[in-house]
Design a protein around this ligand. Structure first.
Ligand code: TMP
Ligand code: ASP
Length: 260
């Protein structure tokens, strides 16, 4: 199995073909974007941490029967994954109200929801990933009713598992985003993309300190330090990973914004 041509480049990851038509390589970049690409930066070491954290989470999910695209991590920045045709919907699961939900509906930041809320966003950068209803998902054929029911069930099972996993390391899982796709080899709907501090909101359970990409979105600084903290608490911060970047954390204002 050899690495082939680049077939897709997203904001934080690159997909490469392999000599096996049903497998691809997912490469994690250090690039970070927010507010639909309006804010950009290169955060040294972020890709390595997300590769490691996402590998840990997806392989743990596989062990409890949540099928997903991960085959294995190949190196510091890359993992071998099943090729899947991504459903153009971002599935956001919320346990605590914050972020765009507070902005859109004025519900107080930090309100704990009685049960998890699942939202659908149309995955389209030009339109800024707008919120859509399940009727839109159906009308435009992004997923069938039975596929959508299956995905919602998977979202709730993933939420249950992750909430437990994170509370065990004193972290509140506030909300997160999932992507699903149709696996090329068997046509099955599977969890894809990544689950990392880039795609979750994670708050320290005692202090509510943000340990996720909100540190970048809100210019809070110490982004890599926060991601390392998550990895350390998950028990996966190998010497290899912690050595990538000599521990010298930027001050809150020192995040380099690279104009592209
Ligand atoms: P939101 O409050 O901005 O809608 O974000 C909800 C969750 O989804 C939060 O954990 C961050 C994650 N997310 C992504 O992973 N990618 C995105 O493009 C957006 C907008 C949010
Ligand atoms: N990933 C999105 C963007 O680039 C937004 C976000 O994560 O906040 O713009």
């Amino acid at each position: 199995m050899k690495k082939g041509k680049k077939i897709y480049e997203g904001k934080a990851k690159i997909i490469f073909a392999t000599t096996d038509k049903s497998l691809v390589i997912q490469h994690f970049k250090d690039d970070a974007t927010a507010f639909n690409n309006q804010k950009k930066a290169n955060i040294e070491g972020k890709g390595i941490l997300n590769n490691r954290i996402s590998e840990h989470i997806l392989s743990s999910l596989k062990k409890v029967g949540i099928d997903n695209h991960l085959i294995k991590r190949l190196n510091m920045r890359e993992q071998l994954i099943d090729l899947a045709e991504i459903i153009p919907v971002e599935f956001v699961v919320r346990n605590i109200v914050t972020g765009s939900l507070t902005k859109r509906l004025g519900i107080e930041d930090g309100t704990v929801l009685n049960k998890p809320l699942i939202e659908f966003y149309y995955k389209n950068d030009e339109l800024g990933d707008p919120l859509v209803s399940r009727e839109h998902v159906d009308a435009f054929g992004w997923a069938s009713t039975s596929e959508l029911n299956f995905i919602k069930e998977q979202c709730l099972r993933i939420n249950d598992f992750l909430q437990g996993m994170f509370i065990g390391i004193n972290i509140k899982l506030v909300d997160f985003k999932l992507e699903f796709g149709k696996r090329k080899s068997d046509g099955k709907i599977i969890l894809a993309d990544e689950i990392s501090p880039d795609t979750c909101r994670l708050w320290d359970a005692d202090t509510e300190k943000k340990l996720d990409k909100d540190r970048f979105r809100k210019n809070l600084g110490n982004i890599v330090e926060a991601y390392q903290e998550v990895a350390r608490r998950l028990g996966i911060l190998h010497e290899q990973t912690s050595n990538v970047r000599p521990i010298k954390f930027p001050k809150p204002t020192a995040v380099k914004i690279k104009k592209k």
